[in-house]
Design a protein around this ligand. Structure first.
Ligand SMILES: NC(=O)c1ccc[n+]([C@@H]2O[C@H](COP(=O)([O-])OP(=O)(O)OC[C@H]3O[C@@H](n4cnc5c(N)ncnc54)[C@H](OP(=O)(O)O)[C@@H]3O)[C@@H](O)[C@H]2O)c1
Length: 264
């Protein structure tokens, strides 16, 4: 049930699962959904990665913080059982954000070995597929599945063929799912170019701010927008996408700094 009132943050009473929430991109989505009032759950494959997010001082400054769950959530069976555990222990899930996998570049395609192929193509696309299979049937009817995808999926990156091909297949996965689901499910891809990320500790004006992408994510969760693909490769594309959503969503500021840093 949505407990939202006129003055409350937009996702109060809602629950979001962030897959890959321990990562450099994912932690921005975790903080954005927490700041918007959602109950946020983050599965992680390892306790060490879970601790990275849980013990982050910026994340700790947000109360209540994310609920962590350690175990396999990336195999088909693991994704199903993780979904069942979350639903049983916490209740209905409205939104799932998936931001999985990491960067690789190093050789032209004909120099890619099988280990690299398995790790950066098979494992990553399989994890997204497992997430979509497990969560689409279980989401609240007005919920969203949001796939965060690298822009190498829409623009070829020489030397990073495996990543480009994996991300490209995810772009198509969402398009197919959206066609199959029709109006029964809201499925989005947020396709991102180079990002300004808090963990990097530096910022470039020509990079998209990760917090603009997460503002879009919250607006999609809060609004009634039908399934769509958003490609944000330049900062102005993020601003335009937000403006075009014409949502009256109220997003609380989350500066990515601790209260102590904000005060300094
Ligand atoms: N970094 C950027 O500048 C950037 C820009 C645009 C788009 N993206 C996209 O954003 C996504 C996440 O990137 P990131 O930089 O946040 O990566 P990251 O820091 O390595 O985090 C990715 C997270 O994904 C989870 N994961 C699950 N299965 C994985 C697998 N097979 N391999 C690697 N990680 C796996 C891990 O969580 P657990 O270990 O806790 O399970 C990890 O914390 C990717 O799809 C990437 O293409 C990134």
């Amino acid at each position: 049930m949505n407990e939202e009132t006129e003055s409350s943050p937009p996702l109060v009473g809602r629950r979001t699962v962030v897959l890959g929430g321990t990562g450099s991109v994912g932690e921005h989505f975790v903080r954005a959904h927490l700041s918007a009032g959602a109950d946020v759950i983050v599965p992680s494959r390892t306790e060490a990665r879970a601790a990275l997010l849980r013990d982050d001082p910026v994340v700790r400054s947000l109360q209540p913080g994310p609920r962590m769950l350690v175990g396999d959530y990336v195999s088909f069976a693991g994704a199903e059982s993780t979904a069942e555990v979350i639903l049983a222990e916490h209740g209905p899930v409205d939104h799932v954000v998936a931001t999985l996998g990491s960067w690789w570049s190093g050789a032209p395609f004909w120099g890619v070995d099988e280990t690299t192929w398995q790790r950066y193509f098979i494992e990553v696309t399989s994890a997204y597929a497992a997430a979509a299979r497990a969560w689409l049937p279980r989401l609240s009817p007005d919920g969203t599945l949001q796939l965060v995808i690298g822009a190498s999926g829409v623009v070829p990156v020489p030397g990073a063929s495996v990543i480009s091909m994996a991300q490209s297949s995810l772009v198509m996965m969402r398009r197919v799912i959206a066609e199959e689901a029709g109006d029964a499910r809201r499925v989005f891809s947020i396709v991102l170019g180079n990002l300004n990320l808090r963990r990097r500790g530096w910022r470039r004006p020509d990079f998209v701010d990760a917090d603009d992408a997460t503002t879009l994510s919250v607006a999609l969760a809060h609004g009634a927008q039908r399934s769509a693909e958003f490609v944000l490769r330049r900062p102005e594309q993020a601003k335009t996408a937000l403006a075009e959503l014409s949502s009256d969503v109220r997003i609380p500021a989350h500066s990515g700094r601790t209260p102590a840093e904000d005060a300094s």
